[in-house]
Design a protein around this ligand. Structure first.
Ligand SMILES: C[C@](O)(CO)[C@H](O)COP(=O)(O)OP(=O)(O)OC[C@H]1O[C@@H](n2ccc(N)nc2=O)[C@H](O)[C@@H]1O
Ligand SMILES: Nc1ncnc2c1ncn2[C@@H]1O[C@H](COP(=O)(O)OP(=O)(O)OP(=O)(O)O)[C@@H](O)[C@H]1O
Length: 285
């Protein structure tokens, strides 16, 4: 074990799906997809205190909306204990800053940060690949957050190839509506037959999100946000929504558009980054 004092400010960054193509539905209901993940410098933060007993305790500012039994942070910590037979426990503090159900992967990122931080703090010495395997059981997006590098993903999102798309500045809008990933994937009218393309062709084609048309139809608030943003910058939805993002060359340009937002539309400006803030935190120890 590394230390029993507090280990502070482990970041759990958001991701954007710069494109998201749905290629097929497997017999188990999951969808085969091709997507491009890039992290953004906008994060939840987790603090950890290793304890001698195996108990896990979470203090969070979302305990009203997510029960402990469903919280991916505790589920991740339990999986790591089970997999490694670790006898240690932890007290964990979550400072939730990322919008939930927005398609920016906050829950998956919290789970990934928990696995990476506790593997370090408990000294359980699992490899990144082993952590990614455990992470995949918690959610399709967890492995990319553990890997910590922008990636082109295939399969259900777990087959990763590291890529370095341009690191734009983004204005991310948060329509005040929660989109359920499961509901979008269950909708019969979802486009799920986009042909699979090779990576080179994908990187050089125009980027789209196959869930966008459906979500825009179901959620007028998403449609409104996208209609507004697209007047200022190339803009798309991320994941299964609800967040939409516009891309800008300069921070200043993004901030100027953010200034024009009406009071009923929330948003934030963040830089795209191909190396996750979590990977940088781990390197610091
Ligand atoms: C659409 C993406 O956001 C792209 O980044 C992700 O693939 C979704 O990843 P996630 O939120 O971690 O998703 P999970 O928690 O694994 O799955 C939520 C639900 O979405 C559906 N699901 C998810 C991923 C996938 N490739 N096919 C699916 O059909 C399943 O019905 C599942 O019950
Ligand atoms: N630590 C957590 N943070 C946020 N949501 C959590 C957490 N643990 C469990 N959840 C559950 O996961 C649901 C989806 O949360 P999340 O914020 O990851 O959505 P999302 O950004 O749309 O994810 P994705 O892009 O992976 O589909 C929440 O509504 C909540 O019920």
């Amino acid at each position: 074990m590394k230390d029993t004092r507090l280990s502070l400010a482990w970041p759990a960054p958001a991701k954007l799906n710069l494109f998201l193509h749905i290629n097929n539905q497997r017999e188990d209901g999951y969808h085969e997809l091709q997507t491009l993940f890039q992290f953004i410098e906008h994060c939840d933060y987790l603090d950890f205190k290793v304890t001698a007993s195996s108990q896990l305790k979470l203090h969070s500012n979302i305990s009203d909306s997510v029960a402990d039994s469903d919280n991916l942070i505790l589920l991740a910590a339990k999986s790591l204990q089970k997999y490694t037979h670790c006898q240690r426990g932890a007290e964990i503090w979550l400072d939730k800053r990322l919008p939930m159900g927005g398609g920016i992967g906050g829950g998956s990122s919290d789970a990934a940060t928990t696995l990476v931080a506790l593997n370090y703090l408990w000294d359980t010495q699992l490899s990144k690949e082993q952590l990614m395997e455990i992470g995949l059981e918690l959610g399709a997006d967890v492995p990319v957050f553990i890997n910590g590098l922008s990636a082109f993903a295939e399969g259900v999102g777990e087959k990763l190839i590291t890529v370095s798309p341009k690191e734009y500045w983004y204005l991310v809008l948060i329509p005040n509506v929660h989109v359920s990933t499961a509901e979008i994937f269950q909708d019969p009218s979802l486009t799920r037959n986009t042909p699979k393309l090779d990576l080179d062709s994908l990187m050089n084609s125009s980027w789209q999100n196959d869930c966008q048309e459906l979500v825009v139809r179901r959620q007028p608030k998403v449609a409104k946000a996208l209609d507004w943003l697209i007047e200022y910058a190339p803009s798309r939805m991320t994941g299964t929504g609800a967040c939409v993002f516009g891309q800008f060359e300069q921070q200043q340009d993004a901030l100027e558009v953010a200034d024009k937002l009406s009071v009923d539309m929330k948003g934030f400006v963040a830089k795209g980054t191909n190396i996750s803030p979590l990977a940088m935190r781990l390197a610091k120890g």
